[in-house]
Design a protein around this ligand. Structure first.
Ligand code: SIN
Ligand code: FE2
Length: 202
C-alpha cells in the first residue's frame, strides 16, 4: 500500500491472479445480464471509446440528451442492474473506511485503443465516500492531477489486480486514462482492460 498524494492510496497487486480470474468470472456474469453499451457524451452525442455497464442498485450512464447521471435501469434493456458481487463488497469493507455499502459499480471495458479523458467523479451526492477502482487485464497509463483541471498531473502505470482509492482530499481529483499497453496481461483472451469503480451515490 502506498499513498500517492493526500487521499489517493495505491494498492499494487491487491488481487492475486486466481482472484483476478474469479473477479473476471463475476464481471462476465454481470455483462451477460447487463450488456456493455456505447456511452455518448452529453450534448454532442460523441461516442466514448470505452464500453460500459454497471452493477449495483444504481448505475452511472451518459447519453446525448440526458447527460451524466445515475439510474436504476440499464439504458438499453431497461432492466435493473445485477447485484454487486460479494468479492467487491468485501473489498469495499476492507479498504473504503466507509460504513455504508457502495451503491454503484461502473464497469468500463477499454479496447487496446480506448482511452478516457481527464475528468472528476462528481455526479455523486455523497462526496464523503471514496471511489475505489480495480484494474483487470492490460496495463494502462493512469493520470492523476489535483482538484483544478489546470493542476499539475503525474502518471502511474496500473496493472491487472491493482486497486486505487480516491478519497478525502483526493476524492475530487482530476484523473484519466491516457493509454492502454497491449499484451501486458493474458487475463483477457482478446486483450483490452477492464476497470471497476465502486461508489456510494446517495
Ligand atoms: C474512470 O475514471 O471512470 C475510469 C478510471 C480507470 O479506468 O482507471
Ligand atoms: Fe472517473
Amino acid at each position: 500500500m502506498m499513498q500517492l498524494s493526500d487521499g489517493i492510496i495505491y494498492y499494487p497487486s491487491y488481487f492475486q491472479r486466481n482472484e483476478q480470474e474469479k473477479l473476471l468470472e463475476e464481471v462476465r456474469s454481470v455483462v451477460s445480464q447487463a450488456p456493455l453499451y456505447v456511452p455518448a457524451m452529453p450534448k454532442t452525442g460523441k461516442p466514448m471509446s470505452v464500453r460500459m455497464t454497471n452493477c449495483g442498485t444504481l448505475g452511472w450512464v451518459t447519453d446525448r440528451d440526458r447527460g451524466y447521471r445515475y439510474q436504476h435501469e440499464h439504458p438499453v434493456t431497461g432492466r435493473p442492474w445485477p447485484a454487486i458481487p460479494a468479492v467487491l463488497l468485501d473489498l469495499w469493507h476492507s479498504i473504503a473506511g466507509y460504513e455504508k455499502p457502495p451503491e454503484a459499480c461502473l464497469i468500463n471495458f477499454y479496447a487496446d485503443d480506448a482511452r478516457m479523458g481527464l475528468h472528476q467523479d462528481k455526479d455523486e451526492q455523497d462526496l464523503d465516500a471514496p471511489v475505489l477502482s480495480v484494474s483487470l487485464g492490460n496495463s494502462c497509463l493512469f493520470r492523476i492531477g489535483g482538484t483544478q483541471r489546470s493542476s499539475p498531473t503525474s502518471s502511474i502505470k496500473l496493472a491487472s489486480g491493482d486497486v486505487i482509492v480516491l478519497g478525502g482530499a483526493g476524492r475530487l481529483c482530476f484523473h484519466g486514462v491516457d493509454r492502454i499497453y497491449p499484451a501486458t496481461s493474458n487475463l483477457l483472451k482478446n486483450g483490452g482492460r477492464i476497470n471497476l469503480t465502486l461508489r456510494r451515490v446517495t
